[in-house]
Write a protein that binds this ligand. Structure first.
Ligand SMILES: C[S@@+](CC[C@H](N)C(=O)[O-])C[C@H]1O[C@@H](n2cnc3c(N)ncnc32)[C@H](O)[C@@H]1O
Length: 256
């Protein structure tokens, strides 16, 4: 595996998260490298974790390296074949297809991927390989079908609920997959204070980003499917590097 191929993919590939490697900083949409402590995540010492909607594995890597998880299985629906990896309304498919094709850097960087014995542009596998992290692994799958994975001590789901048309079913799947606790990070949440205690959810009217959640709606959904001692771990903002503005997030925890 040549260093040139690694550097090429890091420098010229499409990245969702910013990763630091030698002198290289990937041009991620989100740079969490300095603010992971804002999320206020608990220790995962010796725990087995399922990272649902894991994308490039930024969080999976953090869980083993910084929070001492025993192992992490990252699950994502993306097959890295250029197909749209989100639920989108049929009428929006053509525009999302274009976006996804433009995000797939495999053809452009195929020599570098082949040199690393990688058969697609799955960045999770790339990250596992270049940082040499034996206890993270990628599995293809959907949040709606977590039965196919055995349950784990901890289930994490980051920035996925915004994109789901059926959040209640997804939440229930997270409960079934959880042995101890589940952490859910959701973007574009709004404070329940603004609207009192009612569990409001706003329909966004876009084809692939369905709902904006009040914090209270998430807490109530979690309790209602059966999570216990549900609470908010943190609220934070993260900049979308491309646009320069920050979006709010809320991080929730619920116990089995
Ligand atoms: C916005 S990214 C979030 C990545 C990362 N978890 C984070 O918190 O930054 C959402 C990921 O969920 C994946 N995804 C979309 N629909 C999914 C589904 N039904 N089941 C599992 N993963 C899904 C997408 O392919 C994408 O990688």
């Amino acid at each position: 595996m040549s260093k040139n191929s690694i550097r090429k993919i890091l420098n010229e590939g499409n990245w969702y998260h910013t990763f630091l490697y030698d002198d290289i900083k990937t041009k991620g949409t989100f740079d969490y490298t300095n603010n992971m402590s804002d999320l206020n995540l608990p220790s995962l010492e010796n725990l087995e974790v399922l990272d649902v909607g894991c994308s490039d594995g930024f969080f999976s890597k953090y869980f083993v390296e910084s929070l001492n998880a025993k192992n992490v299985t990252g699950v994502d629906i993306n097959n890295y074949d250029g197909e749209v990896a989100f639920e989108v309304l049929d009428s929006y498919k053509p525009q999302f297809k274009e976006k996804y094709e433009s995000h797939n850097d495999f053809e452009r960087l195929s020599d570098a991927y082949s040199d690393l014995s990688l058969k697609d542009s799955n960045k999770f596998n790339f990250i596992k390989k270049i940082y040499d992290i034996p206890n993270i692994s990628f599995e293809s799958g959907s949040i709606y079908e977590l039965e196919k994975f055995h349950s784990r001590d901890v289930v994490f789901c980051g920035s996925l609920f915004e994109h789901l048309r059926d959040p209640v079913t997804a939440m229930e799947q997270l409960l079934f997959a959880t042995k101890e606790f589940c952490i859910i990070d959701i973007s574009n949440t709004f404070k329940s204070l603004r609207i009192g205690k009612k569990p409001f959810i706003e329909y966004t009217n876009t084809g692939g980003n369905f709902f904006k959640y009040s914090e209270n709606s998430v807490l109530q959904m979690m309790s209602n499917v059966g999570f216990k001692r549900v609470s908010i771990l943190s609220s934070y903002k993260i900049k979308i590097e491309k646009y320069g503005y920050k979006i709010p997030h809320s991080v929730f925890i619920g116990y089995k």
